[in-house]
Design a protein around this ligand. Structure first.
Ligand SMILES: [Zn+2]
Length: 398
């Protein structure tokens, strides 16, 4: 570009600023390319990077430049087996990015915070047919059956998931302004919301108290975040159970104070004795079951005292049947059992505060993201996830 042209542009921008036309200036300053790129899952275990013309931004739409998105277990299932029958699909629902263009009618996020070009956002659920649903609507207990970006069928706009360089947030979507959080924290909001919800479910039993000894079984990302949520609410006696020493060491950093490696104990009786030992000679008041293993579900009752509580949240998808003895495990012990799945919109907003609090007390949440890949290497990202190497895998755009 020639100097003269640059001068002209500078003059124009400055004159707009002085004439009060500054409102449009940031939007104009952000160059939006004519084309956008998505990682389209075109077949099982097959992504294709596809380019499309940048779609129109309607008066209630928001165009977001994607900064990053976590790979979820749900994504990995769809990649491997297409159980939801979505192919061709742009996956990615744990994403975040920066607003580059907004329709004239968009003013606030779903929590009532103002929105502007340059703000960092995340999305939650989409209610295209019922825009009256808000985060304050308590009738909507669980948003697991709603639509989310990243699990939508492809359409003529294509920008339906976060594994892309842009995403088009449309009318009826919940969107939150989270500009105060760094990129890694924003990528972790969605999985963290699952645990904020689970702990809220656990609290309904009335059993979880400040001094409760609590067992967290399973130290994948879900179990580790569970420990962090318990710690931020002042629970000090947390026993982590897993079979991988590395994960147990990380559980200690996330706020557990004792660990039990189940591989070191043969049979459930020996394992239960080890947990009892770790609690301090008695069984736990409460347990969170964070694995997808039916056997782990059957085992967890043995760690809980009479009159204790259990939150089962490991079965995001159908993992098969578990066998328990209803007399010994549930009735005779008078266990209060709650199930938990996904989250509510209210939990989603609570999660932003949880992340700030967790950082405030020095919990290294950011270490959960162990691998990042550019969009071009999304295949690698999914393969790493399927190998169960690392904890949270994320696609991060340059
Ligand atoms: Zn997810």
């Amino acid at each position: 570009m020639e100097n003269k042209q640059v001068e002209e542009i500078v003059k124009k921008v400055l004159s707009e600023l002085w004439s009060g036309g500054a409102k449009e200036a940031p939007a104009a300053a952000k160059a939006i390319p004519a084309k956008c790129k998505v990682a389209m899952l075109v077949d099982k275990e097959k992504f294709e990077l596809r380019e499309y013309p940048m779609p129109e931004v309607g008066e209630e739409d928001i165009l977001v430049k994607v900064e990053g998105c976590g790979v979820c277990g749900t994504d990995a299932h769809e990649y491997k087996r297409d159980p939801f029958g979505l192919i061709p699909v742009v996956l990615g629902h744990e994403g975040t990015g920066e607003i580059v263009k907004m329709g004239a009618k968009v003013k606030w996020d779903s929590a009532g915070k103002p929105l502007k070009v340059g703000d960092k956002v995340v999305t939650c659920m989409i209610f295209p047919d019922d825009p009256s649903i808000t985060m304050y609507d308590l009738n909507k207990q669980n948003v697991g059956d709603s639509s989310v970006y990243g699990l939508l069928p492809d359409d003529d706009k294509h920008l339906n998931g976060w594994f892309a360089d842009y995403i088009l947030i449309r009318k009826g979507s919940t969107v939150f302004n989270v500009s105060e959080l760094d990129l890694t924290s924003r990528i972790l909001i969605e999985p963290c919301a699952v645990l904020v919800h689970a702990v809220e479910r656990a609290k309904t039993t009335g059993i979880l108290r400040f001094n409760s000894p609590v067992v967290v079984q399973g130290c994948g990302p879900i179990g580790l975040i569970c420990i962090a949520v318990l710690r931020t609410m002042g629970i000090e006696n947390i026993i982590a159970v897993d079979g991988e020493q590395q994960r147990l060491d990380f559980a200690m950093q996330m706020g557990a104070n004792k660990t039990v490696n189940f591989k070191e104990h043969k049979g459930i009786d020996a394992l239960a004795a080890a947990v009892k030992d770790a609690v301090g000679g008695r069984l736990a008041d409460f347990a969170f079951q964070c694995t997808g293993s039916p056997l782990a579900h059957a085992n967890v009752y043995k760690f809980i005292r009479n009159g204790g509580g259990l939150c089962e949240l490991g079965f995001f998808i159908n993992g098969g049947d578990a066998t328990i003895n209803p007399h010994f495990d549930l009735c005779a012990k008078e266990i209060t059992l709650v199930g938990s799945w996904v989250y509510t919109l209210r939990d989603y907003a609570t999660t932003f505060d949880f992340i700030k609090r967790a950082k405030g007390i020095g919990l290294p949440l950011e270490k959960l993201v162990t691998h990042t890949y550019p969009l071009e290497e999304i295949d690698e990202a999914f393969k790493t996830n399927l190998k169960m190497a690392g904890l949270k895998i994320a696609v991060v755009n340059k």
